[in-house]
Design a protein around this ligand. Sequence first.
Ligand SMILES: [Zn+2]
Length: 327
Amino acid sequence: MKKTKASHWIGFDLGGTKMMAVVFDGSFRLLASRKAKTKGLNGKNDGLERIRTTICGALEDAGIEAGKLAGIGVGCPGPLNLDRGIILHAPNLGWRNVNLKSSLEKAFQCPAVIANDVDAGTYGEYRFGAGRGARCVLGIFPGTGIGGACIYEGRILRGRTGSCMEIGHVKVQPEGRLCGCGRRGCLESTAGRLAISAEAAAAVYRGEAPILQSLGGTDIANFKSGTLAKSIKGGDAAIENIVRAAARHIGSAAADAVNLLAPDVIVLGGGLVEALPDLIVGEVRETVLARIMPAFAKGLKIVPAELGDNAVVMGAAALAAESGGTT
Ligand SMILES: [Zn+2]
């Protein structure tokens, strides 16, 4: 019997708390998606099975047989061995040495590629979103960590075996807060979610942020992006100052990257940017423009991401297609 022509792609986003599988047709139109909890602590075998069933569920919703899959692209936390498709260590999931590529290829009988999630998200913005058509796109995604990626002339800038552009670990304060990486004063430990939440909790404790207090008390876990945005829009000047200062630190690290790479677009994404795009992008833009070589300012665009939660899956699916797939 003649094999049906493989024409569809899976984009997969493997996150610390949830995972998402999306089925795309040959033109990268989204046909169906499924989400599931990652439950990393249940171990890697359980995780691989969840990934498989989530993809099967998305295929079922799309009405597409697995035999029609031309390839699978996965954006996942690192560090990774990109060539062999192995997650070397995912601290958020508690996984080590997960051979994701071969596991997916065996389960679905089609080629699979894995990429760092920030790389995949930035590639998604380059192909389909805010960085379309650029020669050099720098992506910065502030969250609990602060991820960075660079797409240069259509390819993800990468290291010898793994990804690069760890902008979250650029030093911005000589003796700043202790970072998860063991050093002090990294961008991530200065302007990441935990730093913003800790300072916001202190402001609430001092009675300087009445709106935030009414929304979330002093419990750091309640300070979601939307809550911080409501606090600022409601008039908590102390919280606005904290977020603006964090954005200036991001701008400072971004300016160093601009002086090294001269990108034409900087795309800023993630939950906090989505909740406060004008404030954060504006503050980053002002800081970057004040600190870069004047020649690099001409034509430099600093913009919010356009694809939201779909950036990683779209980028990952496009990477799978770019690397060949079965057609
Ligand atoms: Zn660090």
